[in-house]
Structures are given as C-alpha cells and as structure tokens.
Design a protein around this ligand. Structure first.
Ligand SMILES: O=C(O)CCC(=O)C(=O)O
Length: 326
C-alpha cells in the first residue's frame, strides 16, 4: 500500500484531524447551525453531499434552452468528442452526424448566463463555502447530454488545483436519471483510500498512457470491493445536486437505452488559494466575477494581449484536458 496522501498542512478544514473539535467550537459559538453541521459530518465520513430538489425548473429550462441555442449559434467554446479529442465547438459536426453519444460541451458558463445561474445556485455555493471554509472558485464545467459511461475514477489526479485537496465536484441533474440512461455511481467512504501511485511517488496523472489510466481505474474499483465499500447508484430527479470530494471514487454506469438522453451539468470548484488563475490563461491575472457568493474567472476577450491566444492555447493545462478527454 502506498503512503501517498494530500499535503496535511493545506487540507480543507473538514479533512483535518482537528475538524470535530473545531466543529463543536463553531456550533457552541453559534457560528454554524445544526443542519449544516450534520451535512459536514456526513461529508467527512461519506465523501459526498446530496441536495435533493435544489434547483428550480425555471433555472434548468433556461440552461437547456441556451444549450440548444448554442448548437445553432456555435459560440467560441470547446467540446470534447470521443474519437476526436478536444475540438473547437464551432467545428463539431451536427449531433445527428456524430454517430455516438460521447460528446460534451466544455465551460458553457463562458457563453451562458443560465449556466452560471445553475452552477452558482445559492444553495450550491453555501454548501461549497461550508466544505472549503473559503470562497469557492469554479475551475471548469462539462455539459453532458448522454450518460458518460466513465469508468470508476477520482478527479484530483486530473483536475489539478495547486492544492490537490481543494477540489469539489458538483453534478446537477437536468432531467430525471434512472437505471437505463447511465446514472452516476459512487462508493461512499472511498475518499479515504490511500492514493494511487502513478509512478515515482506521484499522485497525479501526468500524461501516462491509456493502459496506466485503466490500471488506475481498475485498482480503485478492486480496492473499494476489497474493503467492501458499497457501490451506490444515483437515481436523481431533475434539479437534484450531488457534490463529491476530490478523492471520492465515482463514474457513469452503462447506458441500457441508447435512445435516452441524460442531461447533466458538472462543475469543479476549488479555492482562490489553490486555483489563483484560469487554467487556460495561466499568464493572465484573472478578471474575477462574483456570482451568488462564488467566483469565476471571466474568459478574456479574444486578442487580449499581443499574440496571446495562440500562446495560451499551448499553455492550457494538460491535466484538465485529460479529464475532459475521458
Ligand atoms: O456524469 C457522469 O456520468 C460522470 C461524471 C464524472 O465522473 C466527472 O465529471 O468526473
């Protein structure tokens, strides 16, 4: 077993050994309410938080309408298309010509106010603030139209903030999800597994081969089963939200009915300390936008700075590109 782990001194407060005492202190001082304290304790033990009926229909319908419109107007976003990798969204073939369902639109919040209103829903931001005990910053988002069928994985090896433990995934159901359209699965408690060694004592993916990625995924699943962690499947209702720990093992179940869509929106959040600049524009001081108490870095206008866009494209974080390629 590997002794690899997150750096102890920079862990979010909820993952520190001192958390129970600190939680007691805050409860006694009236700095935190009982319901939030229960949620945080659940998070600490299980590695996730489920917020049923978090989003109202109107917010979701606005997002779905802007998403459909985007396939017509093709704003300058990126998309990830299986077999092709990351592409400029305007260059992606119409969906009817793709012949498969494994495509995702990336960072839709850059083009859609509705996307911002969904991912920064006040209840989501409140939970993120409670978990980090800091202001959350969005790192990226992924719009899924169909079940991902992604193998079991953890996110921190791919979605790398400067402090790896400062990462929370947020999955939002944009329609009902059942056994046939590829629900999310997860192993409660798996965030406590020892970390996988990608080689030379590294905890993160750094361009290793597809075979190594498969080995990582299989190793996680094997260890979850070995210690008899339960595998749960999220049959979510439209508007439900699932937040997960940087190290929670999760993935997408098989899709049994390929006619069915499974629209969902995923955002990954970190903190300013751990994610001070937009991964895509590491040379630029970000323009920080506040949405309902959370932060995002506004995408710079094309042409900001001399020849900057080409340079920025080259510099875009490969770890993030990798997670998006899966
Ligand atoms: O939505 C899914 O099926 C999987 C999403 C996921 O695993 C991720 O975004 O890390």
């Amino acid at each position: 077993m590997s002794a690899l782990d997150f750096e102890a001194s920079t862990l979010p407060w909820i993952d520190r050994p001192t958390f129970p005492q600190e939680l007691d202190r805050r409860l006694n001082a009236g700095e935190i309410d009982l319901a939030t304290a229960h949620q945080l304790l659940d998070w600490r033990h299980q590695g996730y938080l489920y917020l049923p009926a978090c989003l109202d229909d109107e917010r979701i319908e606005n997002l779905l309408a802007e998403y459909e419109e985007a396939w017509e107007t093709r704003p300058p976003l990126k998309a990830l298309v299986e077999g092709k990798g990351e592409q400029d969204f305007p260059d992606v073939e119409p969906r009817s010509e793709l012949h498969h369902h494994h495509f995702r639109v990336l960072d839709f919040q850059d083009a859609s106010e509705a996307a911002r209103q969904v991912m920064f829903h006040p209840q989501i931001v409140r939970s993120l603030r409670a978990i980090f005990d800091q202001v959350p910053v969005a790192m990226q988002s992924i719009f899924f139209e169909y079940g991902s069928e992604q193998a079991a994985h953890q996110d921190f090896p791919y979605v790398q903030a400067k402090i790896l433990s400062h990462l929370v995934g947020c999955w939002i159901a944009l329609e009902d999800v059942g056994p046939d359209n590829g629900p999310l699965f997860y192993y409660p408690g798996s965030h406590r597994l020892s970390k996988y060694d990608w080689g030379e004592g590294k905890m993160t993916w750094n361009g290793q081969s597809h075979e190594e990625v498969v080995q990582f995924e299989q190793d996680l699943e094997r260890r979850c089963e070995e210690i008899q962690l339960e595998k749960l499947t999220l049959h979510a209702k439209k508007g439900d939200v699932f937040l997960w720990h940087a190290a929670l093992v999760h993935g997408g179940s098989a899709v049994h009915d390929h006619e069915l869509s499974r629209k969902s929106f995923v955002a990954h959040f970190s903190t300013r300390e751990a994610y001070p600049r937009d991964r895509r524009f590491p040379e630029l001081e970000p323009q920080v936008v506040e949405v309902h108490g959370g932060l995002l870095y506004a995408k710079p206008e094309a042409g900001a700075g001399p020849g900057v866009m080409g340079k920025l494209r080259r510099l875009a974080g490969k770890a993030v590109r990798k997670v998006l390629r899966r």
